[in-house]
Design a protein around this ligand. Structure first.
Ligand code: SIN
Length: 270
């Protein structure tokens, strides 16, 4: 379909900056359809110069589906906005959200379809987000490895990521998902294990599973599968969490980087 906005590709295989759309208010159904198509085509889409209220941020994310409320991240949700989580780092930070490569909340039984991150304050340099294309990473596996991974499942445990930082009493879900998932829209296969949440491959002896996970983690993090987004104040990134992993690069300490994230509900990986 012809898209009613301009698209600047970051790489040949993923990532596009979209211009000529105002997402700070209601968008037409025609525009919503085009934005859903752009997400399907480019896996992660970016917008500049969008000053988003919490309401506008939620409405933008709802273009792509109902919102997801992650139990393990509830401690960071905004008061009165349970769907919105603060993403903030400054000179007092001891860690930042999402530094290790991951798919958001893959510990949930139905991990989010996608996430919409809005940053209003960014450091003068640094603080990029890197994204990696799990379709491309799967396609690059050998046929023998693809056959070996077929039918395997892996455990994703919130304790691995949030165990040391979640306040006492937080709910920390654990779920089992296919190591290779099928995208529900395109039918393409994507690697679905990540260093932040995946603790083991269920159907393999521990040492063998750990070796396979170590191989897959280094495989999915290769630069040829990646694109990298340079933030400016009031930019928005929306990624398809079923087909990309991402890493928030913390190279700007003690500068401040701040904003909010909303997630869109997904389905059970298959
Ligand atoms: C996240 O993992 O959702 C945060 C990404 C970022 O801060 O760039």
């Amino acid at each position: 379909m012809d898209l009613p906005f301009d698209v600047e590709l970051l790489t040949p295989h993923m990532g596009a900056i979209i211009t000529g759309v105002d997402i700070t208010g209601p968008v037409s159904e025609e525009m919503a359809t085009a934005l859903r198509q752009a997400l399907a085509d480019y896996l992660v889409i970016f917008f500049r110069d969008q000053v988003l209220s919490h309401e506008a941020h939620r409405d933008f994310a709802r273009i792509f589906g109902p919102l997801h409320i992650g139990k393990a991240a509830a401690a960071w949700a905004m008061k009165d906005y349970p769907e919105i989580v603060a993403i903030h780092a400054d000179a007092d930070s001891k860690y930042v959200a999402g530094e290790a490569w991951h798919s958001d909340m893959s510990c949930d039984p139905e991990p989010p379809l996608g996430s919409a991150l809005y940053l209003h304050t960014v450091p003068p340099t640094g603080g990029d987000t890197a994204f990696s294309n799990m379709f491309a990473a799967y396609d690059a596996l050998s046929d023998k490895m693809k056959a070996y991974l077929e039918g395997l499942t892996a455990t994703h445990d919130a304790r691995r990521n949030f165990g040391d930082i979640a306040p006492p009493g937080s709910e920390l879900p654990k779920s089992s998902h296919p190591v290779v998932r099928t995208h529900p829209v395109s039918g393409r296969k994507a690697i679905f294990v990540n260093d932040d949440f995946t603790t083991k491959i269920d159907n393999l002896p521990r040492e063998e599973g750990d070796a396979i996970l170590a191989y897959l983690y280094q495989h999915v993090q290769q630069p040829q599968f990646q694109c990298r987004f340079r933030w400016k104040p009031h930019s928005v990134a929306l990624w398809d969490n079923r087909s990309v992993q991402h890493s928030a690069i913390w190279d700007y300490f003690p500068q401040t980087r701040s904003g909010f994230r909303v997630q869109i509900a997904g389905d059970k990986p298959f």
